[in-house]
Design a protein around this ligand. Structure first.
Ligand code: HEM
Length: 528
């Protein structure tokens, strides 16, 4: 420690010899010349920490990509994480405006590669998956406490994640989805009647889509029914209030990204950093669902499937299939949490964009009006325009703001020597709008592009559900739910903005990651 203090003193002496005489002649009090031990220790620690931070910020120097200059004030380059639209603005300023595909920055000390280069991101998500099995450093339950720490999306141990994913995936098979579709249709009957009861009074399409995706998910996936007298009651329901609290974390959530390990430490201590009351309510709700669904029923849903796979904590250590009780609760939450808002957001934007274009709406109606609501009809052969509209919404209003991966092993990809602990972030809004990939009308809502070029659906630059082994496990459920829901709405209603609605809507990104409208949208559903 004295060595460090001596070298700092030498630096200061060197500096003072270059100062003007009147300043260098000022007498330094004896106390300051020989400071107490605690001052020496503090100065030494500060100097060491500073040196370590500066050293860490050289990690990407020879990666051959431009690097944003880090600063202590912004924890490296982290200011954008806590700002509304911050992630989008960073990509716009540093990639779009400068016409480049990749840039590096530091998330506190961790290197982050922000990129829309498919030659870099595709191998990371697919062929090099073994080095990138996680999305982020072990973040635990996102600050939701111990009971939620086994959710599939945050499981950091590849062995446990694989077992959980393999146990859950069969619930999304065609046979299962067909069964869930029958239940979804019956919940749509209720929804359509509730919309008719509005007698043309305008309503926020997010209320309609939210009520549908929450109700249909709970019924089709868990075998539970949500009974509301009117669709308008949905916005005031206790369930919605709690779910919104859980699904809308504050900026404090970014502390978990910035300080690796903090999330799992909080889980171990069972500390929740937000919405603790709502989480307690949800966990209790899940437990009662698990306890209530004791009889074997004809209807197969996620809950009954998971219960059959139940194993003890002890057996789970060596098992390749099966779920412990905690894991079942965590999966119920993540399937619901990852599925409800994303699909509701998608349908909201679809209704909004259909309202904007009467001709498009008429074409859609002509397409869907005689197509029976069967599972095998929900594809682009039978419903090309409907699927084109949903794809165009997934492209321009992607529910996920960015895709990300965490590097587990040193590996060179596309010439970049990524090191263990570094990260990839893909700003989806920009990726989905790059002219080089999408053509000159990249930023326009033009569903016909999907009909003219069906190959776009498989393009590496269209990734609303992610890519590779860790992509969205619920994608097929989301397709079934959104295609069926939109088809039923179009068959039964003409949608339009009420006369007093001014359409100056912009897409904004909140810290909850979703694409939100800048103000409440209003739509009248007129029965056909
Ligand atoms: C429009 C609807 C949806 C969109 C756009 C969407 C998007 C995504 C994205 C981008 C990811 C990350 C993928 C990656 O990192 O490569 C993801 C993961 C996930 N999604 Fe979805 N999702 C949707 C609906 C659903 C539904 C309906 C469910 C469940 C019923 C679901 C469950 C999950 C789960 C559990 C994960 C984590 C998978 C893992 O870590 O293995 N999602 N989703």
């Amino acid at each position: 420690m004295d060595g460090i203090f001596d070298s700092i003193s030498k630096e200061i002496k060197g500096l003072s010899s270059r100062l003007p005489k009147e300043i260098s002649n000022v007498a330094i009090p004896e106390k300051l010349k020989n400071p107490p031990l605690w001052v020496k220790i503090s100065l030494g620690t500060t100097a060491l920490s500073y040196a370590y931070i500066r050293y860490s910020w050289t990690a990407m120097n020879d990666w051959g990509i431009p690097i944003l200059t880090p600063s202590l004030l912004t924890f490296g380059t982290c200011g954008h994480y806590a700002r509304e639209n911050g992630l989008v603005e960073l990509a716009d300023e540093e990639l779009r405006a400068k016409n480049r595909k990749t840039v590096g920055f530091y998330r506190l000390l961790s290197p982050v590669v922000l990129s829309v280069d498919v030659d870099l991101l595709t191998p990371i998500f697919t062929t090099h998956f073994g080095s990138f099995t996680n999305r982020q450093p072990d973040i635990g339950s996102f600050g939701m406490g111990k009971e939620m720490s086994k959710m599939m999306d945050v499981l950091a141990d590849p062995k446990i994640w694989r077992r959980v994913r393999q146990s859950v995936s069969p619930s999304f098979s065609n046979v299962q989805l067909e069964k869930m579709m029958a239940v979804t249709k019956s919940r749509l009957d209720v929804l359509v009647q509730q919309i008719k009861d509005l007698n043309g009074e305008s309503i926020n399409p997010r209320t309609v889509s939210g009520k549908y995706t929450m109700d249909a998910f709970l019924a089709a996936a868990m075998g539970f029914q949500m009974d509301l007298a009117s669709i308008k009651d949905f916005d005031n329901s206790k369930e919605l209030k709690y779910f919104n609290e859980i699904l809308t974390p504050g900026p404090q959530i970014f502390l978990l990204f910035i300080f690796p390990g903090l999330g799992s430490l909080l889980d171990k201590l069972d500390i929740k950093i937000y919405a603790s009351k709502a989480i307690r309510w949800f966990t209790g709700y899940c437990k009662s669902m698990l306890a209530a669904d004791t009889q074997e029923t004809e209807q197969r849903n996620f809950l009954s499937a998971f219960k059959k796979l139940r194993i003890s904590d002890e057996d789970a250590k060596d098992a390749t299939k099966g779920l412990t009780e905690d894991e079942i609760i965590s999966q119920i939450f993540v399937l619901f949490g990852a599925g409800y808002e994303t699909s509701a957001s998608l349908l909201q934007w679809a209704i909004y964009n259909i309202c904007k274009d009467e001709e498009l709406q008429q074409r859609l109606y002509e397409e869907v009006k005689d197509v029976p609501e069967e599972y095998e009809n929900l594809n682009s052969k039978k419903l090309p325009l409907l699927i084109a509209v949903l794809n165009e919404c997934l492209r321009l209003f992607s529910p996920a703001i960015f895709q990300f991966r965490y590097c587990d092993h040193d590996v060179v990809i596309n010439g970049i020597p990524l090191t263990k602990g570094s990260n990839l972030e893909v700003p989806v809004d920009y990726l989905h709008e790059i002219e080089e990939y999408w053509g000159p009308e990249a930023r326009e809502f033009r569903p016909d592009r999907w009909i003219e070029n069906p190959a776009l659906e498989k393009a590496p630059f269209f990734i609303p559900f992610g890519v590779g082994p860790r992509n969205c496990v619920g994608m097929r459920f989301a397709h079934m739910q959104s295609r069926l829901g939109l088809m039923r709405i179009l068959k039964n209603f003409k949608v339009q903005f009420p006369s007093d609605f001014v359409d100056d809507i912009k897409k904004i990104r909140t810290t909850a990651f979703l694409a939100n409208p800048s103000k409440e949208i209003k739509v009248s559903f007129l029965p056909r």
